[in-house]
Design a protein around this ligand. Structure first.
Ligand SMILES: NC(=O)c1ccc[n+]([C@@H]2O[C@H](COP(=O)([O-])OP(=O)(O)OC[C@H]3O[C@@H](n4cnc5c(N)ncnc54)[C@H](OP(=O)(O)O)[C@@H]3O)[C@@H](O)[C@H]2O)c1
Length: 275
């Protein structure tokens, strides 16, 4: 059987980097894509290919997929991982920034999926892995736009799974909990930049404190746990529809499922400050 070909977006850091390296180790031909090409040298050193990729730029996405098709003739696995957390009170965040958050976390993912689907449909095989979050099911103050994008990824991926099932293509949703990457710091910086000196400054400070606490090794997992779940999904004969990792993520999702909205609001308020 020929080596399977994978494209991993957001491979310059965190979950994407760990996933690219894990898939390389498991014998995939791996293309890592990101804007910071120099940050993907580790992938190149282990035999991966690296591509400059901006998921907000249609030409960049088309060029990346065209390169892979020219070199390999196929994309078997697309890991839509590129993303960031745009934090700040809804009242404070400019709508242009909200649009950017959707461009990266939702439209980039959808466009790349469009680009790889014709080949997958022709071969009647392939796997689309969409990195959502427990934040695709839970919510936080000052997180409206991030959660809006991840709730969108959940709905999009569920619809797509049933749409592509007759074509032999799998769609897998990954729901990470707290993972130690650059995501946390970027989200904190955004919250401070948008709401650090507005009517929401107190909530921004609480969010930053909570996120700083969560970012330590005791509460946040290594990105390798997500890479392992992704590798398991793309090598399974019949992957699960969702993988929530680490186990603390499963617990949070169970609580959300169990509790009525007001009760879960109470949990959120305890963690992030209610007023
Ligand atoms: N860390 C967590 O706790 C956590 C939890 C749940 C879900 N997630 C999700 O996991 C995914 C990966 O995040 P991470 O935690 O690994 O964060 P990270 O360390 O900040 O990595 C994010 C990656 O996304 C890429 N990216 C951002 N904007 C991009 C753009 N316009 N075009 C192409 N690539 C872009 C970055 O590359 P360049 O900047 O070089 O382009 C980087 O490689 C995200 O979708 C995130 O929402 C993370």
């Amino acid at each position: 059987m020929p080596q399977r070909v994978a494209l991993v977006t957001g491979a310059s850091s965190g979950i994407g980097e760990a996933t690219a390296l894990e898939l390389l180790q498991r014998g995939f031909v791996v293309y890592g894509g990101a804007r910071r090409v120099e940050r993907m040298q580790g992938i190149a050193d282990r035999g991966g290919r690296i591509l400059e990729l901006d998921v907000t730029d249609d030409d960049s996405m088309r060029a990346a997929v065209d390169t892979i098709l020219a070199e390999q003739g196929r994309v078997d696995v697309l890991v839509n991982n590129a993303g960031y957390g745009s934090y700040g009170a809804l009242e404070d965040v400019p709508i242009d920034e909200a649009r950017r958050q959707f461009e990266v976390n939702v439209f980039g993912l959808a466009r790349l999926t469009q680009l790889v689907l014709p080949g997958m449909r022709e071969r009647r095989s392939g796997t689309i892995v969409n990195i959502s979050s427990i934040g695709g099911k839970i919510y936080e103050p000052l997180g409206s736009w991030y959660h809006a994008t991840k709730f969108a990824v959940e709905g999009l991926s569920d619809s797509l799974r049933v749409e592509l099932q007759p074509h032999g293509i799998d769609v897998v949703i990954i729901e990470p909990g707290a993972i130690r990457t650059e995501w946390n710091g970027i989200s904190r910086d955004g919250a401070v930049a948008q709401s650090g000196s507005t009517a929401y400054a107190g909530q921004a400070q609480t969010l930053v404190r909570t996120y700083e606490t969560v970012d330590g090794p005791r509460l946040a997992a290594d990105p390798q746990v997500v890479a392992d779940a992704i590798a398991k999904a793309v090598t399974a004969r019949r992957p699960r529809t969702r993988y929530a990792v680490p186990s603390s993520a499963k617990l949070v999702l169970f609580l959300r499922w169990l509790l009525p909205d007001r009760a879960f609001d109470g949990v959120v308020a305890r963690v992030f400050g209610g007023s």
